[in-house]
Design a protein around this ligand. Structure first.
Ligand code: HPA
Length: 274
């Protein structure tokens, strides 16, 4: 008989706890822009996704697949080195599974980063944006299917998807550090193609400031599980429909790389002040 999601989460949790003594309170998804943060973790254990029951591995070159347990700025953390995307062919349950496991390990705050296209005309490539809210246009939802009340409620509330106090703290830290930062709404799409000019115009019109291919399913699962969330986007390209240029993925990755030191500095300082 197929085992339930809750049983899978329990098996993964038990496996991880058999390999480490670390009891993390904060989970970090090292998305685009935060890769370098991995080097600053005082690592206790590195668990490859392929060793952990029910984890899937990232298919994207350059996205490693490890769960890292240790300390960062004196906080006990678990970090996902390598995130999973819907466009890779995984189900929304698979993508969000690690978030559920983090919760079972004792995590109560999730920090995530991503790369996003900036549609707000005030945004420049290389800027950072604190996510204040999101729009789920992925067409998927990790909560579809039978609900297990032990994992979370059938109809989870979404009135504060991103924690207001952490948004304030993150903005304060950015100002102190002289980091140019915005607040904005992130719209999640599946990708993997980028948007047409008409799609960017539509996404802007419905109230989004930035668009990207990740984060939203993870945040839905995080809120369902009762986690607080802080999300930061690195604006890698300017998506203004009337002056859209062909996108060069190498350029996007280069911008993300250039933003990495400030994103890393920001998250370190936020962790210090939590
Ligand atoms: N669209 C979707 N995802 C993205 C973009 C974009 O323009 N830029 C970086 N990630």
């Amino acid at each position: 008989m197929a085992i339930s999601l809750r049983e899978k989460v329990d098996e993964a949790k038990k496996f991880i706890q058999s390999k480490t003594k670390v009891k993390p309170g904060i989970g970090i998804i090292l998305g685009t822009g935060l890769g370098a943060l991995a080097k600053e973790i005082e690592v206790e254990n590195v668990l490859p996704y392929q060793d952990i029951p029910h984890f899937v591995t990232s298919t994207i070159h350059g996205h490693e697949g490890n769960l890292i347990l240790g300390k960062l700025m004196n906080k006990v953390i678990v970090a996902m080195q390598g995130r999973l995307h819907f466009y890779e062919g995984y189900s929304s349950e698979e993508i969000t599974f690690p978030v559920r496991v983090m919760r079972k390990l004792g995590v109560n705050l999730l920090i995530e980063s991503n790369a996003a296209g900036g549609m707000n005309p005030n945004f420049k490539a290389g800027d950072l944006m604190i996510i204040t809210d999101h729009i789920n246009l992925t067409g998927i939802n990790p909560l579809i299917g039978p609900n297990d009340e032990r994992l979370g409620p059938r109809f989870p509330d979404m009135c504060e998807p991103y924690d207001k106090e952490l948004i304030e703290l993150c903005e304060k830290v950015a100002l102190e550090e002289g980091i140019r930062i915005h607040r904005g709404v992130y719209v999640g799409v599946t990708g993997p193609n980028l948007e047409t000019p008409a799609e960017y115009r539509f996404l802007r019109l419905i109230g989004a400031d930035a668009v990207g291919m990740s984060t939203v399913p993870e945040v839905i699962a995080a809120k369902h599980s009762g986690l607080k969330v802080l999300g930061i986007s690195c604006i890698t390209d300017e998506c203004i429909p009337d002056r859209l240029e062909p996108v060069d993925i190498r350029k996007i990755l280069k911008i993300a790389k250039l933003s990495e030191p400030k994103m890393t500095r920001l998250v370190r300082k936020v962790l210090e002040e939590i």
